[in-house]
Design a protein around this ligand. Structure first.
Ligand code: MD3
Ligand code: FE
Length: 200
């Protein structure tokens, strides 16, 4: 298996076989059945284009009161457990002795995007973030640790795993666009991104 380094981010193209991807999507559908996707609202009242839910001890939520990690889905139910197949990816690539406490599920329909941001709501930036891409290709952009710096772009494809650690942990990053029809994994199209994190 050969990795690619983009702006300090390590990407493992095709880490998951098509069979493993299909099985993982089945497990994520169970997560979504227990903890339905929500359209997060920013504290300023704008709706995000990505729908979200989570598994694990914490989920990341955003609403008019602000954004934060929370131990429950907005409906009040506990987040379902992180699927075993997802946990296995973390244990293979994260290189740390802790397990993730959050598996954030980002669901991109056609036209959804995620603006450049830093992930800094976690307590320990020595802990990496691991990302798993499923479904349609996405144009991922990563820059430096300061807003407005140079950026690099790479297409993330279904089955790719990215490890965001070291200096890249606080890099600005986002998803510019998703390429409709580029994968047959999801019957109705779109993209799922899973991010695994240690939170506290
Ligand atoms: C680089 N998600 O959930 S995953 C997010 O594809 C998020 O849904 C994107 O950014 C997505 O916060 C990108 C790749 C990723 C995740 C975390 C990072 C890249 C990162 C943290 C630091 C640097
Ligand atoms: Fe992020």
């Amino acid at each position: 298996m050969v990795s690619v380094n983009v702006g300090g981010v390590t990407v493992w193209p095709g880490w998951l076989s098509p069979e493993d991807q299909a099985a993982m999507v089945g497990e994520i559908r169970e997560v979504v059945a227990a903890a339905p996707l929500v359209t997060p609202e920013t504290p300023r009242g704008r709706k995000m284009s990505v729908k979200m839910t989570a598994a694990g001890h914490f989920g990341w939520i955003s609403d008019r009161r602000g954004y934060r990690y929370a131990p429950q889905h907005p409906s009040g139910v506990a987040w379902p457990p992180i699927p075993a197949s997802v946990l296995a990816v973390w244990r293979a690539v994260a290189g740390v002795d802790r397990d993730p406490q959050c598996c954030l599920v980002n669901w991109y329909a056609e036209g959804a995007r995620m603006g450049l941001h830093q992930d800094r709501d976690e307590a320990d930036f020595a802990m990496p973030v691991v990302s798993i891409s499923l479904g349609d290709d996405a144009l991922f952009r990563v820059g430096g640790t300061e807003r407005g710096g140079k950026t690099q772009s790479i297409w993330l494809k279904s089955g790719d795993v990215a490890v965001l650690g070291g200096a890249a942990r606080l890099a600005y990053h986002g998803i510019d666009r998703v390429r409709p029809g580029s994968s047959t994994l999801l019957a109705r199209g779109g993209r799922i991104n899973l991010t695994l994190r240690v939170v506290d």
